[in-house]
Each structure stands twice: as C-alpha cells, then as structure tokens.
Write a protein that binds this ligand. Structure first.
Ligand code: PMP
Length: 438
C-alpha cells in the first residue's frame, strides 16, 4: 500500500548524512523489506544493491533471526554487563571466536561501528600504558579512511568533510590512500602501490616508534568509494608494525562477515591484525551491535595489570545487549547454514565481470571490485562534485534498485544471497542510468 508523508510529518527527524531540505521535498521512503527486495512508499519492489547500508548480508526478513529476537524479548529483554552478566553474551563471544582470525580470541561488545573504532583506539592506547610505555599514544589513520563519526574516528579518518566542521580533533597522522590513477579498471587487487605502506617508516622517522600506539586502516575502504589495497600492501603494513612494535587495527565494519568472500578480510588477504573492529553484518543489520576482536595476549595483559580490579574503564550500557546477542547468534547460524561467505567468494568473478562490463559507458573513469563489493567512478561535473553520481543513483532508484552514491562514486554491495540474474539486473539499471544522465 502506498504511503505518503507530508512535509510537516517529516520535519522533526533530522536525518543523518542527508540533505534534509532536498530529501524532504522529494523523499524516498522504504516501507517493507524481504529477501533481496525493498518496497518503496509508492509501492514498487526494488532490488537491494547495498545490503541496506552494507549490513544485511543475509538479505531481509530472515525468519530465523526474527524468531530469535522475538523469543529473546520475552526471555531476557535487558540485563547489564557491568559487574553483571548473562549467558547469551558469553555464548555469542564464544561463537564469534570460532570465526575470528587466529589469536583474536577476546571480544568487546559495542553498539555500532563508530563505537567499535573508539573502543579499539582506547584499548590500543591503554595497552601501551599497561606495558609501561605511556608515550606510545599517537594514532595513525589513512587519507580517505572512514572510521565512523565519533571524535576518535573522525580524527584517524581521512575524509575532510567529516571532520572540518567540528573543530579540534585528536593529534593524529595519516598514511596516503591507495587510489592510484595507474590502477584504474583493475580487477580485484591492483598491482601498483604496495610501497605506499612504507610511508609508515616516514612517520616513525618523524615521531619515533616509541610515540606511536597504533595504525588503523580499512582493508578495503568502503565509504570513501571502495578503495582496494594494492597486492602485498597489507602484508607490508603488518611487517612494518611488527618491526616497530605498533599495533595494527583493521576496521572491518564493512568487510567483516562475508562481504569479501571470507569471514574477514584478514582471512582473505592472509594478514592478521592485532585488533579488528566490526558491526553491521554481525546482526545482519537487524539490531544495532558491534564487536571488537582483540589479540588474546593484549586482553591478558589487562587482566594481569588489573589484578582482580576493573581492568578497562570503558563500556556501554548496551554492550552485549541480550536482544542484539540473540540476533547475532541467529545471524551467524544463517551465514553458516547458507554457507554465505563461500557464496560471496563463488560469485566474485561473476560480479567482477558484471561491474566491469560498464567500462566504456559515458563518464565512467574507474571501476573497482572485490568479493561482493564494487564501485563505478564517474567523471565529476565541472564545479559540481557528486552531482552526476547523485542523478545516477536517483535514476537507478526510480527504475528498480538501490545503489549507494558517495561523491562521484556509485558503490554496490548486495546481500550475499543475490542471484546472478539479480546482479545482471542491477548492472543493467546502473548502465542505463549512466547513459541517461549527462
Ligand atoms: N568503520 C567503517 C569502515 C565503516 O564503514 C563504518 C560505517 N559505514 C563505520 C566505521 C561506522 O559505523 P556506524 O555507522 O555503525 O557507527
């Protein structure tokens, strides 16, 4: 049934990362979701080419998850985890260590990707204090990195628009991004740019390793437009962090839980960081939740230093919320039963060929892909960055699919249940839209 909201009815909700005035003049509302589809307010079925916001990896309305959440609500709706506990929190942590990279066996629960990032950065700094090295406090991020919207995250993040409005941030440094012109239209991991990791040596030269706590990177940057690590880049970063005793944090809020064809990008690229931040796909997007995976011996250092007292003065009222735990456990069950991470891997080449078939379309200046994430970059309109891609995004929405526009990039990251014909349909709609927009 069609749903219409008046301007007045939409006034109070200050929408995030949205041009509110423009949006409310011509809104796009989603009213239902099932499987690979959303229903729009004007009663159309559109394909979900973005897994919601990179989070509904198992598709929508999975009965197993819905039932688990419903059951949990009448079993234990809420219980604190500060000096109290509940079985389902421990159960979920144990389940997660079954799929986490080797050695990352300690799990700290949060409610979002942003909170996971803050948690990881704080653990990194606190860890060096415990080790008697309080000088190791500087955090290093990367240009174009996205690590959520809290102060730590926008500091290490490298997107100017996300930080410039908010005044003083943390004193951090940034590595260069890995988006190189000579890698344009690379399939999978690009060949050039491995040496960009060596910029960490320059920062060590500048600040001294004794003052650097951690480096945080997204193995594949999502929000900045699907930026891939050149072959060997992440390994090189790992080697340099080892050499200088700097913690390596992978922000896998987007790449975690199957998106790249393995549980984590760390597995897929065979590089194990010291901490991993996650959220989104952890609960299939159904209930907000995040989890930080921490190397076991880092956790043990805190336990030893705590000597029976509180070890980490950090946590959230809703850390390991029981209803979120139920959603996450059911989500992990669905991933396993449907073998969805392997499914993403098996679709890698099909998806790759489909996305790259848009090469040669007007204004397309780059195409990038890995697993079930892809991006098509458009030539920006003179003086109007993002305008062309925004029109393409709107046209695709009007003709039958949801894709994500960020700057001049259209990103595609469908649920891992997607069928080949549905990949074709999204790419066709995107190709038609690109052709139709000047
Ligand atoms: N880190 C990365 C890599 C992300 O992509 C995101 C969200 N897109 C975040 C952190 C922040 O997550 P949230 O919006 O859940 O706070």
């Amino acid at each position: 049934m069609a749903v219409n909201l008046s301007r007045e009815e939409m006034e109070s909700f200050w929408m995030p990362f949205t041009a509110n005035t423009t949006f409310k003049a011509d809104p796009r509302l989603l009213t239902h979701a099932d499987g690979m589809h959303y229903t729009t307010h004007d009663d159309r079925q559109i394909l979900d080419g973005t897994a919601g916001l990179w989070c509904c990896n198992a598709g929508h309305n999975r009965s197993k998850i819905t039932e688990a959440v419903t059951k949990q609500l009448s079993t234990l709706d809420f219980a604190p985890t500060f000096q109290m506990g509940h079985p389902i929190g421990f159960e979920l942590a144990n389940r997660l260590t079954e799929i986490s990279p080797k050695g990352l066996d300690s799990v700290f629960f949060t409610n979002s990707g942003s909170e996971s990032v803050e948690t990881a950065l704080k653990i990194a700094r606190a860890y060096w204090r415990i080790k008697g090295k309080p000088g190791k406090a500087k955090l290093v991020g990367r240009i174009k990195g996205y690590h959520g919207v809290n102060f730590g995250g926008i500091s290490v993040g490298g997107l100017v628009m996300n930080r410039k409005h908010f005044g003083q941030t943390l004193d951090v440094d940034h590595l260069p991004h890995t988006l190189l012109e000579k890698n344009r239209f690379s399939k999978g991991l690009p060949d050039y740019g491995t040496e960009l990791a060596d910029n960490l040596e320059d920062l060590v030269g500048l600040h001294d390793a004794e003052n650097i706590a951690a480096v945080i990177v997204e193995p594949i940057s999502g929000s900045a437009g699907v930026i891939l690590p050149p072959k060997g880049y992440l390994k090189r970063l790992r080697e340099l962090c080892d050499k200088h005793d700097i913690l390596l944090i992978f922000d896998e809020v987007i790449t975690g839980y199957g998106r790249v064809g393995a549980a984590f990008a760390a597995d897929e690229f065979d590089v194990t960081p010291d901490l991993i931040t996650t959220a989104k796909g952890l609960t299939n997007g159904v209930i907000p939740m995040g989890a930080v995976f921490v190397r076991k011996d880092i956790n043990e250092a805190f336990l030893a230093a705590g000597n029976g007292a509180i070890e980490l003065f950090h946590g959230y009222t809703y850390s390991a919320h029981p209803v979120a735990c139920a959603a996450a456990i059911a989500t992990l069950d669905v991933y396993k039963e449907d073998d969805l991470f392997a499914r993403a891997k098996s679709l890698h080449h099909y998806f790759e060929d489909a996305v790259h078939s848009l090469k040669g379309h007007k204004n397309v200046i780059d195409i990038r892909n890995y697993g079930l994430v892809g991006a098509v970059e458009l030539q920006p309109r003179e003086g109007k960055p993002g305008a062309r891609a925004y029109e393409v995004f709107k046209k695709v929405y009007e003709t039958g699919a949801l894709v994500r526009q960020t700057g001049d990039i259209i990103a595609i990251s469908p649920p891992l249940i997607i069928e080949k014909e549905q990949i074709d349909r999204i790419i066709n709609l995107l190709g038609d839209a690109i052709n139709a927009v000047d």
